[in-house]
Design a protein around this ligand. Structure first.
Ligand code: AP5
Ligand code: MG
Ligand code: ZN
Length: 216
C-alpha cells in the first residue's frame, strides 16, 4: 500500500500515520520529522531548512524532493509507505509520480484529512512533543501519564517552535491553497478520499482502517 496523508497543519496527519504504521507494518515517512531531526543535529540539511520552518514557510521543492527520493529508495519501503506532509506542492506531487514510476510503482491512495480551522488552532497550541524521541501529545486530548514527561522514553515534553500562535496562523494560510490544489490533482486521478479528522484519535483511526481495507 503506497499512500499519502494530506491536510492542513494540526489536522492529525502525524498522529494517524503513526497508528497506521503500527497497524499496517509499513513505514511512516514525514518530511517535517526529517527536517526537525536534521535541525536538532545541526546537519547541512537542517541549516537549509531551519529558517523556512521557523517562519512557517515551505522548504524549497529542490531540497524536499531529494530527501524523499532517497528515503523511498530504502528497502523498508518495498511493501509500501505512508507519506505524511509530502507532497505539499504540485511540483512535489509530479516528482513523487516519477520517483514511483522509476520503481514500477504508483500511489494507491491519497487521504485528505479535514477539520475546521478553530479545531486546528486548538490542536496546535496544545500540542507537545518529546525533545528526545519526537513523540506527540496534546495537553487535553492526548496527555502523557506524567505531566511534561514522555511516556515512551522519559524525555521532556516541549512545544514545537513553529507552534507559537503567530506561526500557526501563518502555516495554515501558507498551506490552504496548495492543499486544495493537491486535492484537485488527486481527485482527477481517482485516488482521493476525504476523511473527517474529528471525534477522537481512535475514531479517526478506525475510519481510516475501514477505508484502507475497502481500497486494498
Ligand atoms: P510538518 O511537521 O509536516 O507540519 P504540518 O504540516 O504543519 O503539520 P503538523 O505536524 O503541524 O500537523 P499534523 O497534521 O501532523 O498533526 P498532529 O498529528 O501532530 O511540517 C513542518 C514544516 O516543515 C512545514 O511548515 C514546512 O516548513 C516544512 N515542510 C515539511 N514538509 C514539507 C514539504 N513537503 N515541502 C516543503 N516544506 C515542508 O496533531 C496535532 C495535535 O492534535 C496533536 O497534539 C495531537 O495529539 C492532536 N490530535 C490529533 N488528532 C486528534 C483528534 N482526532 N482529536 C483530538 N486531538 C487530536
Ligand atoms: Mg505532523
Ligand atoms: Zn520520548
Amino acid at each position: 500500500m503506497e499512500m499519502i496523508l494530506l491536510g492542513l497543519p494540526g489536522v492529525g496527519k502525524g498522529t494517524q500515520a503513526k497508528k497506521l504504521e503500527a497497524a499496517l507494518n509499513i513505514p511512516h515517512i514525514a518530511t517535517g520529522d526529517i527536517f526537525r531531526e536534521a535541525i536538532k543535529n545541526g546537519t547541512p540539511l537542517g541549516k537549509k531548512a531551519e529558517s523556512f520552518i521557523e517562519a512557517g514557510e515551505l522548504v524549497p521543492d529542490e531540497v524536499t524532493i531529494g530527501i524523499v527520493k532517497d528515503r523511498l529508495g530504502k528497502s523498508d519501503c518495498k511493501n509500501g509507505f505512508i507519506l505524511d506532509g509530502f507532497p505539499r506542492t504540485i511540483k512535489q506531487a509530479e516528482a513523487l509520480e516519477s520517483i514511483l514510476s522509476e520503481q514500477n510503482k504508483k500511489l494507491n491512495l491519497a487521504i485528505y484529512l479535514t477539520a475546521e480551522k478553530e479545531i486546528l488552532i486548538e490542536r496546535l497550541s496544545g500540542r507537545r512533543i518529546c525533545e528526545d524521541c519526537g513523540a506527540t501529545y496534546h495537553i487535553k486530548y492526548d496527555p502523557p501519564v506524567k505531566e511534561d514527561i514522555c511516556d515512551e522514553c522519559g524525555g521532556n515534553l516541549i512545544q514545537r517552535s513553529d507552534d507559537r500562535k503567530e506561526t500557526v496562523e501563518k502555516r495554515i494560510e501558507v498551506n490552504k491553497e496548495k492543499t486544495l490544489k493537491l486535492v484537485e490533482f488527486y481527485s482527477k486521478k481517482g485516488i482521493l478520499k476525504e476523511v473527517q479528522s474529528t471525534g477522537g484519535i481512535d475514531n479517526v483511526h478506525q475510519r481510516l482502517l475501514k477505508l484502507i481495507e475497502a481500497n486494498n
